[in-house]
Write a protein that binds this ligand. Structure first.
Ligand SMILES: *Cc1c(COP(=O)(O)O)cnc(C)c1O
Length: 651
């Protein structure tokens, strides 16, 4: 009955929405339009028509920007920064909290100049500042911040030069805090501020004992490598009192970890932070700021749960819990309400970037029609044919076991040289036939045996995507991070294939085998069969945080092309910025080759070949042209290389 209903109900846009969960993880930024295209919703003009990603791809093609491509939507970043600030403001008003909210963006989450400049620009109306963890990030912050009333929070280990930069920022008018992570920094801060005649703003980072769940749980807790223990806090207070600078201790900092999926952990952490805050006030510190670090999670799976890659709260609940908890906890001590700072990185930038790539090839594991038995066929092959003929839902397990047994035996015979390659190939095909038959019959079983759960995955296609996992999605490889992945067009058609994804590096780790499908984590992704002469494009979403600069040059695949798009009210869009990805010469020079030198050496080689009469002078020139064109080319799979070479020759 059930399966009949399913068959009658045909595939449509709603099925696509459900299968890929666009609404669940998209945070209101993405949808599927009536033509079956993924489209970006302009959050600032919600009445305008969503812009199909395929339209943007067309624009890229017109500009000869090749896949893979990192697409950034400026309006989304603008909105994320706005949402964070507006929501805190709204909640502060509603709760009757007497302090303010100030946001800072931690540069390490995405240090690309475009992103940092956009945040400085969009954040300027909220005095949104930066959190910096090194001198380089400090310099980026100082040179990009537009609003002098923005904060700069300095974390990490700080040497004299770092501290001097911070003191100069204070002289310029920025509210720049030194968050003390180790006691050795204190004497340098005191000495340098005296020497430069600037009163420093000092913060202390406390080591929290509240443990959080999720991947970054170890960032907090007693064994955390960051922050001061209670004994060290007392030492810091005594030291500053001695130096008559205790009134410069204005900020308490804590960071529970990134991607905290459970709102309860956040509340418990805030309570602990408040206890430290009150205790330090009692010690005479002039605290007025409480900085709760990062941790605001992104719901990568869209499941709204407390599992690692999700979150069980919305932005408003996050803000509410923080503001209310601080208000209530500090009420016990009768302290004025501090300015609340958060350092949300992931949630601020994740949504703005999308990785787009085309599919180059597919490897299918279909069984070919079973060939007729040949003379003197091996007994095992005959047995496998019998298995296929006898297969019924009642005996699936038995059939599976038998087929597996015979296949393995044939493989053994092949290893011992007792069976030839053709026979082995027939055996593998018979085995695949059994698996496909089982897969078809599984829905008729009342209960699916555990052994069968892997069958869909074992028969899944491999789609080869034009990207490098190591360069563009390092967390997918390093920490099994899930990202929403889906076709960005043809969604009005039912995806009839099940697949895993492989990248174009030659590393067997360069693949993706975990997806969110129908609100579940699945080891295959529904995709469409490729069409002749038509590109098939996939998008990986929510890749704006932590992916762009952690990536490496595996197989010397370099940075992808990047395009920033601004959506307009009339549903048109502009390419506001474009950055060409690394050329082959670029990536070679990163690993200390010298492209000029390589050109000369290659020239010498081909010239020698001319001398030896192996090639003609004309062929020599052709080779040099190809070599030079390659050096200037994109590191990824290019479709139009021939055209480019020819045009180069023409020049
Ligand atoms: C990494 C980091 C952040 C950013 O955390 P998100 O979870 O990405 O918001 C904030 N503060 C500090 C100190 C960090 O190290």
């Amino acid at each position: 009955m059930d399966s009949k209903i399913k068959k009658i109900k045909s595939w449509n846009i709603h099925s696509a929405r459900n299968t890929y969960g666009v609404k669940e993880w998209g945070n209101g930024y993405f949808d599927i339009n009536d033509h079956g295209d993924v489209a970006v919703i302009d959050p600032q003009h919600s009445n305008s028509n969503p812009v199909p990603l395929m339209k943007i791809i067309e624009g890229m093609q017109d500009r000869e920007l090749q896949m893979p491509m990192l697409l950034r939507i400026e309006n989304i970043l603008d909105q994320s920064i706005g949402d964070l600030n507006e929501t805190f403001r709204k909640v502060i008003k509603r709760v009757g909290y007497n302090g303010e909210y100030r946001g800072v963006y931690p540069i390490k989450v995405n240090q690309q100049a475009q992103i940092v400049e956009e945040i400085a620009h969009f954040g300027s109306r909220y005095q949104h500042g930066f959190e910096v963890g090194s001198k380089a990030e400090m310099i980026a912050a100082l040179s990009t911040l537009e609003n002098i009333d923005s904060m700069i929070i300095c974390n990490g280990y700080k040497d004299q030069e770092f501290i001097e930069l911070g003191l100069e920022a204070i002289k310029l008018g920025f509210k720049c805090f030194f968050v003390v992570e180790t006691l050795t920094e204190l004497p340098i801060i005191v000495e340098r501020s005296r020497a430069l005649g600037v009163r420093p703003h000092i913060g202390v980072r406390v080591k929290m004992t509240s443990q959080v769940s999720g991947h970054w749980g170890a960032t907090s807790g007693e064994r955390s490598v960051f922050g001061l223990s209670s004994r060290q806090l007392i030492e810091a207070v005594d030291y500053l009192k001695e130096a008559k600078l205790l009134d410069c201790l204005e900020l308490l900092h804590c960071h529970l970890g990134s991607q905290i999926p459970n709102i309860r952990d956040i509340r418990v952490g805030v309570v602990e932070a408040c206890r430290y805050y009150a205790a330090l006030c009692k010690e005479g510190a002039a605290l007025a700021y409480i900085d709760l670090g990062g941790g605001l999670a992104v719901d990568y799976t869209g499941k709204q749960s407390n599992s690692e890659q999700s979150r069980n709260y919305a932005l408003e609940e996050y803000c509410e819990d923080i503001v209310e908890t601080i208000k209530n906890t500090l009420a016990d001590d009768g302290l004025p309400h501090p300015t609340i700072i958060t350092e949300s990185g992931r949630a601020s930038v994740a949504y703005t970037s999308i990785l787009l790539f085309n599919v180059l090839d597919v490897n299918r594991f279909d069984a070919t029609p079973v060939a007729d038995e040949v003379e003197h066929e091996h007994e095992f092959l005959k047995n496998m044919r019998e298995v296929i003929n006898a297969i019924t839902p009642q005996h699936l397990q038995e059939c599976y076991n038998n087929a597996l047994y015979y296949r393995d035996e044939v493989r053994e015979l092949f290893k011992r040289g007792q069976i030839d390659l053709r026979m082995r190939s027939v055996s593998e095909n018979l085995y695949l036939t059994v698996l496909h038959r089982i897969k078809e019959l599984i829905p008729e079983l009342p209960r699916v045996p555990e052994e069968f759960e892997g069958i869909t995955a074992a028969l899944a296609d491999i789609y080869y995507g034009n990207f490098s996992l190591f360069q563009s999605l390092p967390d997918s490889w390093a920490i099994d991070q899930l990202f929403p992945i889906m076709p960005i067009h043809r969604l009005d058609e039912e995806p009839t294939r099940r697949a895993i994804l492989a990248d174009i590096t030659c590393d067997c780790d360069g693949k993706i085998e975990r997806f969110v499908v129908d609100q579940q984590v699945d080891n295959t992704l529904p995709l469409h069969a490729l069409k002749d002469n038509e590109e098939y494009y996939l998008g990986v979403f929510l890749v704006g945080a932590y992916q762009e600069t952690l990536g490496d040059l595996h197989n010397l695949f370099g940075d992808t092309n990047v395009v920033s798009v601004r959506l307009n009210e009339d549903s048109s869009f502009e390419f506001v910025k474009e950055v060409h990805g690394d050329s082959i010469a670029d990536v070679l020079s990163y690993v200390e080759y010298q492209p000029r030198e390589m050109q000369i050496r290659f020239r010498n080689k081909v010239e020698a070949a001319v001398k030896a009469g192996r090639i003609t002078a004309k062929e020599r020139q052709q080779m040099i042209n190809t070599f030079n064109a390659s050096l200037q080319g994109y590191t990824y799979y290019e479709k139009e290389t021939v055209a480019r070479q020819q045009s180069l020759i023409a020049v």
